[in-house]
Design a protein around this ligand. Sequence first.
Ligand code: SER
Length: 600
Amino acid sequence: MNADELRSKYVEFFVSKGHVQIQGKSLLPENDPTVLFTTAGMHPLVPYLLGEEHPAGKRLVDYQKCIRTGDIDSVGDTSHLTFFEMLGNWSLGDYFKAGAIEMSFEFLTSPQWLGIPMEKLGITVFEGEEGVPRDDESAEVWKKMGIPENRIAYLGREDNWWGPAGTTGPCGPDSEMFYYIGDAPCGPDCKPGCACGKWLEIWNDVFMQYNKDAAGTYIPLARKCVDTGMGIERTVTILNGKASVYDTEIFAPIRGEVEKAAGYVYGSDEEKDKSVRIICDHLRAATFILGDPKAVSPSNVGAGYVLRRLIRRAVRHGRKLGIAKELMLSPIAGVLIQQMQGPYPELLENKARIVEELDREEKKFLETLQKGEHEFEKLLPNLLKDPRKVMPGRLAFKLYDTYGFPIELTEELAAENGMKVNRGEFDEAFKKHQELSRAGSEQVFKGGLQDHGETTTKYHTATHLLHQALRTVLGDHVAQKGSNITSERMRFDFTHPAPVTSEELKKIESIVNEQIMNDLPVSVEIISLDAALNSGAIALFGEKYESQVKVYTIGAADAFFSKEVCGGPHVERTGSLGKFRIQKEQSSSAGVRRIRAVLE
Ligand code: SER
């Protein structure tokens, strides 16, 4: 079973069950303001899972390109991918547990579809926790289908609960399907979660029953829904008995290209294999991001920053493999585009752009490398004066942070000059930096941004100015209740007991414009939540924060205009915002006012 077959069989099966095939959406989310990328098939469907009518009806099926960058640094092992495809079927208030499970069972076991033998299957269901009862209903349906009791494991929220990570939205208990990769289960009680470790998950049926609100309360959905997800790469790997996704036909064409370029045969050296995997994975993700109709370019913020990291990490590993070509990525991308253009015609349509952007970013990175080498040369005379021949880690980190110069190269250059780098000190600085970027991506889940383009970033900074201006004019009781940003306007909801007078609105508007005229710097730091609050930062009331938070300061550190706990991104200086104009002020709900404003 290859990826193309799995994709078409899945869609065909659910269409035969009354589902309408819908188009997978962009990798850059539209209606979900809480993520940088589409991270699961359900993301584009959130409004419908929450009750909106879908124009295609109540039964839907699709395949969706997804990117998860949370563990970008662990990519390189044999299973983690940043880019992957997810198959999904949805019931929007139509069938629920019984219907979903019966169809999953048929697709998995019927010889007409996947034909997986019963003895290879195991199931998990939710064991019940925090006021939500054990999901006996699902277990009963599985048993009715013929799954024996000893193949059903009851697990807790960690395993059998699904909801968008760390944020609000539709969620509920799920039931996962596992495939046993051994010859026969290791004993009579062998089921998913067994210590033999041979049960691998292939599919997840989520029973959306609740909407988790900002206060963390689970509110029952008016209309119960089903969201299921089957990862194509993972399922193809398992069904074909492969140990790693990189050994499947999905990766064969591009892995072959990398091997050819490097003059290396995969499987002969673990370190080199890892580099091959990183190039394959990152190039796939970068090609799909660049080929997306939304057209993100490499940059230093948001999705563009992730794209830049993916490309540069791939180039870096190409060099490690000894690939000598000046531009290595775009020829491999060409092979991928050829391979994936059937299900994703946008890749071919945007081929010129993909190639151009990859080439440009690769060249830029090579220049960075040269610059880093040059900077190292400049440091060298001083470094050589140290009798211990140790290069301080903070200098190595500066080369990394300022010029993007990789530590491995600094170490190589140091070694050529008889020196060592203080790696402990470097690692410490690097860890701090990583926490900063990680906190950034986590906080993005909690933001209220619709995208991270230049204009919305400007609006985002404007919300901070407005927030502070409101507090200055109306008083410190003003607290942000929510914001919504599009590239055309911003909306800002805040607590205030009465309509804001036009005189007050004028004052607020002119304070914001004054701060824009002052061209204040915007800076960011990671500190503990307590330290943030003690230093006068505003945090959102009722929001749950990690112990370390990202804080944005607008203005000088000792005389700031605004300071907020926030995920970003923001502009570097307020001067770039343009003119701020309030268009409307109205009631939003009891005790909450709403301002609509534009930047002109
Ligand atoms: N949302 C669930 C997942 O991503 C099922 O689609 O696993």
